[in-house]
Every structure is written in structure tokens, then in C-alpha cells.
Design a protein around this ligand. Structure first.
Ligand SMILES: Nc1nc2c(c(=O)[nH]1)N[C@H]1C(S)=C(S)[C@@H](COP(=O)(O)OP(=O)(O)OC[C@H]3O[C@@H](n4cnc5c(=O)[nH]c(N)nc54)[C@H](O)[C@@H]3O)O[C@H]1N2
Ligand SMILES: Nc1nc2c(c(=O)[nH]1)N[C@H]1C(S)=C(S)[C@@H](COP(=O)(O)OP(=O)(O)OC[C@H]3O[C@@H](n4cnc5c(=O)[nH]c(N)nc54)[C@H](O)[C@@H]3O)O[C@H]1N2
Ligand code: SF4
Ligand SMILES: [Mo]
Length: 749
């Protein structure tokens, strides 16, 4: 890739040919050249990070963190209008004065040399030239409209994120689908939460994680399945550590993770054998009548069929499948039985699986048959990943129509159309294709233009070589990111520079359904604009600005979304404005205008009523399946991938900018391998090896450790090459990629 060294000074001062209004870009454009070292050191002097309108120059203000879904509140301290430092907020119900290393370092990624300060026009990442917004918008509209004219409106799609505020997600989804005529748009939440969404919808009737973080402290038995909160959700884990009930902590994970090391019980199961184990536990509980018959009769369907089904999961079979001994199975079932308040938690070890939905439901089933739901310290609880994965699930207009509505339901379409004052004909009658279907659509020529916002698929998508090939095949790729250097931006034809967390307003919804506020404490560099402003520009240039006339700023959009949410399980009509969120320490949904209780910690299903029409939950189950790519003589190890350290975030566009954080992890890729396997291969610790699958090959340092079992290896996802190895396979119900199982071989270099 190359970027021309010419300064960005040649912008036409007159009226751009698109008739672009003088908003909001000239207001925000505070300097014209690329960032220099001097600017980085004293950004205030150059007008970067100037005082945001709502704050005094020396204010301290609190806002939620922009990394993980915990949603900690951070105090940002301004001096002379410049955000100079931050510290965790003590009086916030989520983090109560704590933050993990990423939170402490959250301002650093804003001041980085590779921030995009101008739109760039290029050719598949080559010959990028800085251009003004008018040219960028003209090109955007001309190219995408001509693709639509030639190949149909559906030939242009978008890929969004769980890392933008709810208001921006909703704007993108509404603009793309109701304004620009797109049908297909998905997001990185497909890589992450789609399984939990489908599992909840099928089991409970709505995508509704029932818990509140207080449950971490109220349980006497906590079961973590495929979750490593010590690394991925450190402040949630701190809440577990504050539990005063000396809880039993059971961790089900093939690896002896940091979390497993702190648990009272670790079950090192064979990869992808969770369903067998969980059904086996259900069988023991039912056989001993360690179940809540009253709750089942009142609130649960299909119990008899489930009881019959789990008969096959005998102690012996479960031991064969999972490697967990009969005694250990009995012990765990007994602990669940004896617990007064048992909570079940799961994350990517469950969701990212070719049988993720049914695995998640096997967990939900245990909570349902033991009546561990709707009471303090209980629940079948999916922990989300990104800061606004929950916002994306409900308001991104991708898999469900705004506010958890259904694209296929005429009344829902009419309701949304009426509130938005648009023609209901503008609303597609089906949900979008899923991420993988959009990618395959490129190969089939169905998708020819793609707009990628706040996600980095060229690194994070499964089976990377194929993914990149497809992105290169597009007629036109637009990438909108805070950095112009991401692996995906390097493939773009047009790059749009985006403001980041801290440079704009909005709300994130955390794992416990809490809306938290995000504030503008710094000004985006150069010509970078908030995603919200970019969507406004697109609406204008596309010719649909009138349709979005009421979408003037983020707060006005939250009010529109509140109206749309009326009567839904996620009703937030009681949230009046941002000030209310600020004063209350965030607000969990539901929060209807009338009848909401004002407790700071609220959980769902306290009345034993679920969202299906008969108000009962469903027990859903099916036969476990074999791993699609089993190990073989040629590829004898199962490769698991996941989070490597509390200091690394995904594709590392942000966390790699911090020297403090980069001291907390290994900057070079490594592969964890069991000492016995290492011995067989004749490896020494830290020796360079190749890791190879049927799809690709990379080098890494061998880290010899008993934290992985025999015939299994683990690599963090943060290193660019890791997804060269992964196998493109998906859960059939959620279409979530199965990132944690493929066969590899290890060899010395
Ligand atoms: N520091 C940091 N924190 C993060 C993130 C980050 O990038 N960095 N990302 C955030 C996001 S978006 C997400 S989604 C979350 C993810 O949070 P987690 O899901 O907790 O993290 P992972 O490491 O992906 O996977 C969890 C565990 O699943 C295990 N596992 C693999 N296969 C199986 C299996 O078959 N069965 C079982 N039971 N377990 C299995 C792995 O060994 C791993 O320890 O983290 C969030 N927090
Ligand atoms: N092998 C393997 N692969 C995985 C996983 C795994 O466990 N194993 N986990 C998967 C999961 S759970 C997830 S969530 C995905 C994450 O995958 P990605 O979403 O691709 O990862 P990020 O690095 O978070 O990418 C976010 C991008 O948004 C940009 N950005 C940040 N803030 C803003 C903003 O406000 N506006 C704009 N426009 N851009 C912004 C960042 O610079 C970055 O380029 O990875 C998935 N991939
Ligand atoms: S735990 Fe998550 S939300 Fe809290 S400070 Fe760390 S990254 Fe931010
Ligand atoms: Mo995620």
C-alpha cells in the first residue's frame, strides 16, 4: 500500500458538485495536514481535542468504557479543554471503582499517527490520495448507485459492528435499508453473539439475557462454560471475587485457563463435548428428582420429551465423549442440586461452535429444570463481548427490525414506518443474509459493493485467505474506521476517517442490559468525523436527507428508538434523555414509561413468565455432532483460538498503540502446547515452529504449558495470521463461525 505524501490542502473552497451542505465537516475540520509528531505531543495547540461544547475546559466527567461489554464507567479529566487522564468511577453500579488495563489506557489509541485525518481514495488499497469530503461522498454515491443500477439494489451490503453507539448503529441500519434500498447488512456481532441471540429467541421468545451483575455476588454456585472472564471480562471476575457466600465456582473449559485456576472445580472437557456433558448432568438431576417440578409445570414446555432424550447420556457415554469421569459428573450434578442460587454463564467457548445454539440451550435447559432463573444469583446468562454488542443485537436493523421487531411481521413494519414517518414499503420483509452469506454472495456476484464500518474482517473473519480473496473481488469496498492502516482499510477503494470513542456522544448497552452514556471529551483529528456525521452526509448526498430530518443528533435518535421500543420486552420509553442516564448510573432495559421499578439492579423473569405466546420457556435439544474437521495423522492437533491477555483487544488496531499495554503481552505470536506433545515433537520452550492447517501456515513460538490438554493447542486471535488456519464452518441456526475447532500440525522451522 502507498499513500501520497502531498499535504491535504487542495480542497475546493467553493460549492462542491454534490451540493454538499457546509455541515458538519468545516466545523470539525481544525487542521488540514497529516498528523505530525508535534501535534501528537500537544494536540490542544492545534485544535485537536478542543473543548467539547457540553463540558467546561477543566471538567471531570464520567462515561462508559469503549472496549468490552462490562461497561465500566471511567472519569475523564480535562485540562484546558484537553482530555489528559482518566480513572475508574467509584459510584457506578458496574465497576465500583475498578478498571482493567485497557480501560486505564482508553485515551491512548486516540492520539496515534495512523489516525485517519482525511478521506482517502484509492484502488484496492493502492495509491490512496487524500480527498475532501465532497469528493469522497460523490464517489461513494456514484459508485454504489451505479452498482445498484446495474445489479439490483441488493447487490450493495454493509458490515457493521458492536463497537459503535446504539444511535449510530440504528442510523446505519435505517439509512442503509430504508434509505439506500439495501437488504443485506450484518455485523461483527455475528462472529460473537449470534448464537446467544438465536438460543434465547428460541428458548425464551426474545433475545433476553436475564441477569444483573449483582448475580455474580449473590450466587452460591457459579458455572462458567467456555468463558475466561479473568482475561476477557476482568471486572466481572472482580465481582465474582467479591461474592461473600464462599461460592463453588465450576469452570468447563478444555484449557486450564486463568479462570479455571481460580475456580473450585475445573472440568477440562474434550473440545466440543459440552452438549454431551450438559445433557448428562440433566439426566442425573432428573433421575434423582433434583429438579424444580413446580417451576417446570408453571413455566416450561417439553419437559417429558427432554427427560426422555437425555436418558441416552449415561455416565459412561459422557465420559467417553468428554473425558469427565462418572464420579466427577455426579459431584457436579450434586453441587448444582445443593446450590440455593445457581447461575450459569457462557461466552465464546459455546457461541463460536458449529453446534453453538444447541449447546447454549443445553445450558439454558439446566437453569430451567432446576428453577434457577428469575431469582437473585441465578440465570442462564450469556456474557456479551463488545461494548455495544447488546445495542447491535436490538437496534442495528440487521437480524431483527429496530427494537427487536421482526422484519417478517407486517404490524411491526407498519409500527416502525409510522414512527419514522416513512412508507412501510421501504422496509424489507425479511432479515438480512448473514455475514457468511454476504461474503459468499461476493463470490456468486450477488454482492458487488460493500461498506464496512468499525470492524476489521480482513483480520478477524474465519478462513482468512478466502475472506481476503472475496473482499478483493468486490467492485467497490468502502472502509470506515478510525485508522487508515487496518488490514481491511488496506483493501479499500474508499476510506472514510471516523471519530472514535471519546470523540462523540451516544449510548452503549452492556451485558446486563444497562444503557450507559458516552461523551465527547476530545475532538477527532483533522477531517475525521463521527460515524453519525458520516451517516448524515451519506443521507444528504444519497438524496434521502429528508427521511432522516429528525435524526439531528445522537440524543434525538435515542428518543426515536425509545418510541419504537414501546411494548417490546426491551421497552425503554421511560428513558427521557442523556441526563437521566448520567444521573442514574445507567439504566437497564426494560424501563417503560409507566410501571418500571427504579432498582439499580434488575433481572428478568421474576414472575416466571417468558416471551413466547403461552408465556412458557421451551426446552430445546438435539443430538451432538462430530467435529467437521477431526484430527488426523496429518493434522493431529485441535486448534483453539481466543483471547490471549487482558491487555489485547481483537485485531489490535487500538491496544497496540499503547506502550503500557504492549508490555503486558507477547507481541509475537505463540502457540500453547502440552509438555508431553512438545516432548514427542522434540520442542523446547519458545522455539519457533510452524502451525499449519489444510488452509494455511504460520510461524509462532512454542509455549510449552500444561494449560492445554494433550492433542490440543491454543493461539490468541490477536495475531494477524491466526485466521489463516481456521476452518470456515458455522452453526446452522445462528450462522456464527466456529472459531475454536480445526485440525493443525506443528513442525519445527
Ligand atoms: N482482553 C480482551 N477482552 C475481551 C476481548 C478481547 O479481544 N480482549 N474481546 C471481547 C469479546 S468481543 C468477546 S466475544 C469476549 C470473549 O470472551 P471469552 O469467550 O471468555 O474468550 P475466548 O478466549 O474467546 O473463549 C473462552 C474460552 O472458550 C474455551 N473453549 C474453546 N473451545 C471450547 C469448547 O469446546 N468448550 C468449552 N466449554 N470451552 C471452549 C477456550 O479455551 C477459552 O478459554 O471477550 C471480550 N473481552
Ligand atoms: N480466530 C478467531 N477469530 C475471531 C475470534 C476468535 O475467538 N478467534 N473472535 C471473534 C469475535 S468474538 C469478534 S467480536 C471479532 C472482532 O473482530 P473485529 O470487529 O474485526 O475486531 P476489532 O479489532 O475490534 O475491529 C474493530 C475496528 O473498528 C475500528 N473502530 C474502533 N472504534 C471505531 C469507531 O467508533 N468508528 C469506526 N468507524 N471505527 C472504529 C477499529 O480501529 C478496528 O479496526 O473477531 C472474531 N474473530
Ligand atoms: S473490563 Fe471492559 S469495560 Fe471495564 S475497563 Fe476493562 S475493557 Fe473497559
Ligand atoms: Mo466478540
Amino acid at each position: 500500500m502507498s499513500i501520497e505524501a502531498t499535504p491535504v490542502g487542495s480542497e475546493t473552497a467553493g460549492k462542491p458538485k454534490s451540493g454538499l451542505p457546509p455541515l458538519p465537516m468545516p466545523m470539525e475540520r481544525v487542521f488540514d495536514g497529516p498528523l505530525t509528531q508535534e501535534m501528537l505531543l500537544s494536540p490542544g495547540k492545534f485544535g485537536l481535542g478542543m473543548v467539547p461544547d457540553r463540558l467546561a475546559p477543566d471538567a471531570t466527567t464520567s462515561m462508559v468504557c469503549g472496549f468490552c461489554s462490562t461497561g465500566c464507567s471511567l472519569n475523564v479529566h480535562l485540562k484546558d479543554g484537553q482530555a489528559i487522564n482518566l480513572s475508574p468511577e467509584v459510584d457506578y453500579p458496574v465497576n465500583t471503582g475498578m478498571a482493567c488495563p485497557k480501560g486505564w489506557e482508553a485515551l491512548t489509541p486516540l492520539y496515534s499517527e495512523d489516525r485517519g485525518t482525511s478521506p482517502l481514495l484509492g484502488n484496492k488499497g493502492n495509491n490512496f490520495k487524500p480527498v475532501d469530503w465532497a469528493t469522497a461522498m460523490d464517489t461513494f454515491c456514484e459508485r454504489l448507485k451505479s452498482i445498484q443500477a446495474e445489479h439490483g439494489k441488493e447487490s450493495v451490503a454493509f458490515l457493521g459492528t458492536g463497537q459503535m453507539p446504539t444511535e449510530e448503529l440504528a442510523f446505519l441500519g435505517a439509512l442503509a435499508k430504508f434509505g439506500m434500498g439495501m437488504k443485506h447488512g450484518d455485523g461483527n456481532t455475528r462472529q460473537c453473539m449470534a448464537t446467544a441471540v438465536v438460543a434465547y429467541k428460541q428458548s425464551f421468545g426474545f433475545d433476553a439475557p436475564p441477569y444483573t451483575y449483582d448475580d455474580f455476588e449473590q450466587s452460591d454456585v457459579l458455572v462458567f462454560v467456555g468463558a475466561n472472564p479473568c482475561i476477557a471480562h476482568p471486572i466481572m471476575w472482580q465481582r465474582v471475587m467479591k461474592n461473600p457466600h464462599l461460592p463453588k465456582i465450576i469452570v468447563i473449559d478444555p484449557r486450564h485457563t486463568e479462570t479455571a485456576a481460580s475456580a473450585t472445580h475445573h472440568l477440562p472437557i474434550a473440545p466440543k463435548s459440552d452438549m454431551s456433558l450438559l445433557y448428562g448432568l440433566a439426566r442425573i438431576l432428573i433421575k434423582n428428582d433434583w429438579i424444580d417440578r413446580g417451576f417446570i409445570d408453571q413455566s416450561v414446555n417439553d419437559f417429558d420429551a427432554f427427560a426422555q432424550f437425555v436418558q441416552a447420556f449415561t455416565l459412561d457415554r459422557v465420559e467417553r465423549d468428554s473425558g469427565i469421569s462418572p464420579d466427577r459428573q455426579q459431584e457436579i450434578a450434586q453441587l448444582i442440586h445443593e446450590g440455593q442460587r445457581v447461575s450459569f454463564w457462557w461466552t465464546m467457548g459455546v457461541n463460536q461452535s458449529y453446534q453453538g445454539t444447541r449447546t447454549a440451550q443445553a445450558i439454558i435447559n439446566l437453569a430451567l429444570i432446576t428453577g434457577n432463573i428469575g431469582r437473585p444469583g441465578t440465570g442462564a446468562n450469556s456474557i456479551t463481548g463488545q461494548c455495544n454488542a447488546m445495542g447491535s443485537r436490538l437496534f442495528s436493523n440487521t437480524t431483527s427490525l429496530l427494537g427487536g421487531h421482526d422484519f417478517g411481521n407486517e404490524q411491526h413494519r407498519q409500527k416502525v414506518a409510522d414512527i419514522l414517518q416513512i412508507d412501510s414499503e421501504n422496509i424489507p420483509t425479511e432479515a438480512s443474509d448473514s455475514y457468511d452469506q454476504i461474503m459468499e454472495g461476493i463470490d456468486e456476484g450477488r454482492i458487488r459493493g460493500l461498506w464496512v464500518i468499525a470492524t476489521n474482517p480482513a483480520h478477524s473473519w474465519i478462513h482468512q485467505e478466502r475472506g481476503r480473496e472475496l473482499l478483493k473481488k468486490l467492485d467497490f469496498l468502502v472502509v470506515q474506521d478510525m485508522y487508515w492502516t487496518t488490514e481491511t482499510a488496506q483493501l479499500a477503494d474508499l476510506y472514510l476517517p471516523a471519530a472514535a470513542w471519546g470523540e462523540k456522544e451516544g449510548t452503549f448497552i452492556n451485558s446486563e442490559r444497562r444503557f450507559g452514556l458516552l461523551k465527547k471529551v476530545s475532538r477527532a483529528p483533522g477531517r475525521a468525523l463521527s460515524d453519525f456525521s458520516i451517516f448524515q452526509l451519506v443521507a444528504h448526498c444519497w438524496g434521502v436527507a429528508e427521511q432522516f430530518a429528525a435524526w439531528t443528533d445522537a440524543e434525538s435518535v435515542l428518543k426515536i428508538l425509545a418510541k419504537i421500543s414501546e411494548g417490546q420486552p426491551c421497552d425503554i420509553t421511560g428513558i427521557k434523555d442523556y441526563q437521566m442516564l448520567d444521573e442514574r448510573g445507567g439504566i437497564q432495559w426494560p424501563y417503560p414509561a409507566t410501571g418500571a421499578n427504579d432498582d439499580q439492579q434488575r433481572r428478568l423473569f421474576e414472575d416466571g413468565k417468558f416471551y413466547h405466546s403461552d408465556q412458557k420457556a421451551k426446552l430445546i435439544f438435539s443430538e451432538p455432532e462430530d467435529m467437521p474437521e477431526p484430527t488426523s495423522e496429518a493434522y493431529p492437533f485441535v486448534l483453539m483460538t481466543g483471547r490471549g491477555s487482558a491487555a489485547q483487544w481483537h485485531t489490535q488496531t487500538r491496544t497496540s498503540k499503547s506502550t503500557v499495554l504492549s508490555r503486558l503481552y507477547d507481541v509475537d505470536p505463540f502457540v500453547e502446547i502440552h509438555p508431553d506433545d512438545a516432548q514427542l515433537l522434540g520442542l523446547t520452550h519458545e522455539q519457533l515452529v510452524t502451525v499449519e492447517s489444510a488452509r494455511g501456515k504460520m510461524t509462532a513460538k512454542a509455549r510449552i504449558t500444561p494449560t492445554v490438554g494433550r492433542n490440543c493447542v491454543f493461539m490468541p486471535m490477536h495475531y494477524e495470521d491466526v485466521n489463516q488456519l481456521t476452518l470456515g464452518h458455522f452453526d446452522p441456526y445462528s450462522r456464527q463461525p466456529s472459531y475454536k475447532d480445526c485440525a493443525v500440525k506443528i513442525a519445527t522451522v
